[in-house]
Design a protein around this ligand. Structure first.
Ligand code: HEM
Length: 156
C-alpha cells in the first residue's frame, strides 16, 4: 500500500536507504524544487508551522536550504554539502532536529503533508513509493520527544 506510516519505537534501530536516483532523474532540478516548495508552503499552513520561522524571509531561506538537501540526498548535484561541515549527511540531518522537540504526532503531520504533495506530483508511482520509503523510515530518527515527556536522540 502506498504511503503507509508505521509507528516509531523509541530506541529501535531504523534501517533506511537513500532514495533511488531515478526519482531525482524523473523530476529534474526544477521539478524537485517545485515539489519541495509546495511541501513547505503547506507546512507553513500546517499544525507544525510553529516549529518553523514565522518570518516570511527566514522561512524562504529554510525552503531554499532544505531543497538543496533533498536534491543532494536524492542523487542530484552535491549542492548541500557545504552546509554539513564534513559530517555524514544523514547523521548531520538527524542532529539538526535535536534542537526541536519533535513528537511522533509532529512526524505524522510532516509525513501527511508530504503525502498530499506526492499525490499531486505526476511521476511513476514506484518512484514516489521509493522516496516515501526513505522519508517514512528516516523521519523516525527525527522524533526525539515522547508522550511520557522523555527524550531520546537517535544515533546512526
Ligand atoms: C524525512 C524526514 C526529514 C528530513 C529529511 C528533514 C530535513 C530537514 C532539513 C534539510 C532541514 C534544514 C537543515 C539546515 O538548516 O540546513 C531541516 C530542518 C528542520 N526540520 Fe526537518 N526533516 C525531516 C523531518 C522533520 C520533522 C518530522 C519535523 C517535525 C517538526 C522537522 C522539523 C524541522 C525543523 C523545525 C527544522 C529547522 C528549520 C529552521 O531552520 O528553523 N523535520 N529538516
Amino acid at each position: 500500500m502506498s504511503y503507509e506510516i508505521t509507528k516509531v519505537e523509541k530506541g529501535a534501530k531504523v534501517d533506511f536507504k537513500n532514495p533511488d536516483p531515478a526519482f531525482y532523474a524523473a523530476l529534474g532540478e526544477d521539478g524537485m524544487r517545485d515539489l519541495m516548495y509546495r511541501f513547505y508552503d503547506k507546512i507553513y499552513e500546517s499544525e507544525i508551522s510553529h516549529f518553523f520561522p514565522q518570518d516570511e524571509e527566514e522561512f524562504a531561506e529554510v525552503k531554499k536550504k532544505n531543497t538543496k538537501f533533498f536534491i543532494q540526498i536524492c542523487g542530484g548535484p552535491k549542492v548541500y554539502e557545504e552546509e554539513s561541515k564534513g559530517v555524514e549527511l544523514n547523521e548531520f540531518m538527524i542532529r539538526v532536529h535535536d534542537d526541536f522537540s519533535i513528537y511522533e504526532k509532529s512526524r505524522n503531520e510532516w509525513l501527511g503533508t508530504m503525502r498530499e504533495v506526492l499525490e499531486e506530483t505526476d511521476i511513476d508511482q514506484k518512484l514516489k513509493d521509493d522516496f516515501w520509503d526513505y522519508l517514512e523510515k528516516f523521519s523516525k530518527l527525527t522524533v526525539n520527544t515522547f508522550s511520557d515527556g522523555s527524550k531520546w536522540f537517535a544515533q546512526l
